[in-house]
Design a protein around this ligand. Structure first.
Ligand code: ATP
Length: 276
């Protein structure tokens, strides 16, 4: 099975039927080489995006604890020029944030033209953790899918290219990663009893993710389910998706830059003509 994406609102999502491990046919070494080359292409595309300033890119990373959101940022986003990237991690809302609508804290981190915004967790927590822990009544979070669709459409109409990734790990792989953190003093700082507590609600999170993905998948803001049990494959899938999505814009951006270049050159020629 190839990588699964959802871009139709209401399409049925069954995470249990989607594998979390890499499919056969690609080795770790090949993946490392491809990632390197995708990284270079991504960097070049970002340069055009930055110069053209006609679009921006929003990358939403969602996944259970230890699914690898931080790792994906390090190994994929790390290929970008930091000048044009803003990473925002969304934790438990502050009192001020809770006293506003749920998109208030999110909207101001939307990317400006020419830039990338990476969301490590996002407005989706407001239909995931919030639903599972009954933090707001069902009538409230139930309305949020529509608000999210409208919000992402608004961003898209403003030139934001939206990509959403669900890092899909298996229950066994999560356990292995949480236990490894305990054994390694270098990763012990990440320990959090809350991770084990959330793990007990595995099935509830699965339902909540399936609903969230199904109800917010659109052509303009599609979801990619990333098989994330192998970190090297996870990185490859995200990088491929990013490059494949941005590649079609290359000509638009290049044309814009050529046009601006000609205009600037004409201005310079006019300046010289005035001086001579
Ligand atoms: P992570 O678990 O993402 O690696 P972390 O353990 O360092 O991050 P923080 O980034 O401080 O912790 O916060 C993440 C936590 O915040 C998660 O447990 C997440 O469910 C919770 N959270 C995020 N958004 C919301 C929200 N809108 N309402 C309630 N809890 C939220």
């Amino acid at each position: 099975m190839g990588v699964v994406t959802f871009d139709r609102n209401g399409e049925k999502v069954n995470l249990g039927a989607i594998g979390a491990s890499p499919p056969g046919g690609v080795t770790r070494d090949e993946a490392a080489r491809e990632l390197e080359s995708l990284g270079e292409e991504l960097f070049a595309l970002q340069d055009l995006l930055w110069g053209a300033r006609t679009h921006s890119v929003l990358v939403v990373l969602q996944g259970r604890d230890a699914a690898g959101k931080d790792g994906a940022i390090k190994h994929v986003v790390g290929h970008l020029n930091p000048r044009g990237v803003h990473v925002t991690s969304f934790g438990v809302p502050t009192e001020e944030e809770r006293e506003h609508d749920f998109l208030w804290r999110v909207h101001r981190h939307a990317p400006r033209k020419g830039e990338f915004a990476i969301f490590n967790r996002s407005h989706y927590e407001d239909v995931l953790v919030v639903r599972i822990h009954d933090l707001v009544p069902r009538e409230i979070w139930g309305e949020r899918f529509g608000h999210i669709r409208d919000f992402e459409e608004l961003l898209s109409e403003h030139g934001t290219i939206v990509l959403k990734f669900f890092l899909h790990i298996s229950k066994d792989e999560q356990k292995k990663r949480l236990l490894e953190r305990e054994e390694d003093p270098r990763t012990a700082w990440k320990l959090n009893p809350g991770d084990w507590e959330e793990r007990e609600k595995w099935g509830e999170y699965t339902d909540a993710y399936e609903d969230a993905i199904s109800r917010t998948a659109t052509k303009r803001a599609p979801w990619t389910i990333v098989p994330a049990d192998a970190k090297w494959y996870r990185n490859l899938v995200i990088a491929r998706e990013l490059v494949q999505t941005l590649r079609p814009y290359k000509k638009i951006w290049q044309d814009k830059l050529d046009q601006v270049g000609k205009q600037r050159k004409a201005e310079l020629d006019a300046y010289r003509a005035r001086k001579s």
